[in-house]
Design a protein around this ligand. Sequence first.
Ligand code: HAM
Length: 437
Amino acid sequence: MTDRPVAVKTASPPLVAVKGMNDLLPDAAERWEWVEGVMRGVLARWGYRNLRTPIVEPTQLFVRGLGEVTDIVEKEMYTFVDELNGESLTLRPEGTASCVRAVIENNLLFDGGKRLWYAGPMFRHERPQKGRYRQFHQVGVEALGFAGPDLDVEHLLMTARLWRLLGLDQVVRLELNSLGGPESRARHRQKLIEYFESHRDALDEDAQRRLYSNPLRILDTKNSALQALVEGAPRLTDDLDEDARAHFAAVCQGLDDAGIAYRLNPRLVRGLDYYNHTVFEWVTDRLGAQGTVCAGGRYDGLIAQLGGKPAPACGFAMGVERLLALMAELGRTAEAEAPHAYIVNVGEAAARHAWRVAERFRDAGLEVVLHGGGGSFKSQMKKADASLAGFAVIIGDDEAASGEVSLKALRGEVQQARLTVQAAIDMVSGEREAAGG
Ligand code: HAM
């Protein structure tokens, strides 16, 4: 036999997800839905209504809204040109600017303030690490058209309640600051420029570039070599005017009255330019470097800045991945979802009877999995067991001929009986009610 060259067909490597963007597998998705459900409950109880905006917006919305000299706008946005019409578009890096755009465009404030919330994916081209992703999810809350400190307090009370409901209240703490109004900020900005000018040699490239365009951003640097310099910088709290002081004092008073603990952090400036007055972050020590699970504050100038009739506003957003990671860290898991029944069917006649039985169970409000793909009775029963269902509904030739089913309890005392379909539904429903769900 002569050796002949064999043509080796190499399969192309399997495709993988974009770096920093994650699949949410069913186990995690169930925990996610549980957390979202708790949040929705709180939002509904506080009178907040859902808003859904597009994931893609005109790039200018974020440039004008978040500030040209911010990390997000300078280097983290997924921006591309729609080649069909030449428009520059950006995957939303956050939800506040989109919410404000929608509110202005649809004139939602015509009859007074609005309480809104949204949830969904956000996109930032950051360096991925634990708790920091390029696609991540926020649940965001915005109150637009309200000026008073009572709304700032409302948001902090809402979040505090959420932590209690999610069992996280012992591991998150509130950091609070005031950025004041436009005049205090202008004064502080001048002082910052003078301070950083006198330490110019110590500044990194980013800080040098931001020195005159946006010195406040230097305080938000991620460069640990600049921390000591930032620590020594003039504090905005020392420059707050009367109004700003009164607003902030009222927020602190509201928290004291509600018994919510907080730490005043004069270094808290946030990474987006639209904030003024109250800013806050809920942080935890349990997630390493990415410990901020929720953040927000007041942004009274943004609506006017984006072309709307001037109106005050405040809000916050929670990072869903970080909240779930924190719950996992604490060993808090949502109960695994299990169907009420798993329908085993062997043979052609049984299969035809089985889907009708499944529909009748579903009509009765029960969750059922109808076995698909054939297989022996034994292998189907194994699947039924693995599904964690309470019952197996067994259909073979005999059951198909009589129009009945055999019902087998899979948990507790295992029993099997031949029943009419209705009697089987009644029994599974009765068990469900006894189990409280
Ligand atoms: P932010 O601080 O940029 O604020 O984001 C809010 C939260 O989203 C963070 O505290 C964090 O939990 C989560 N988050 C941010 N970036 C990432 C990431 N790369 N990976 C995972 N999670 C992340 C805002 O977005 C403002 N729009 C909040 C707001 C609403 N202010 C007023 N209204």
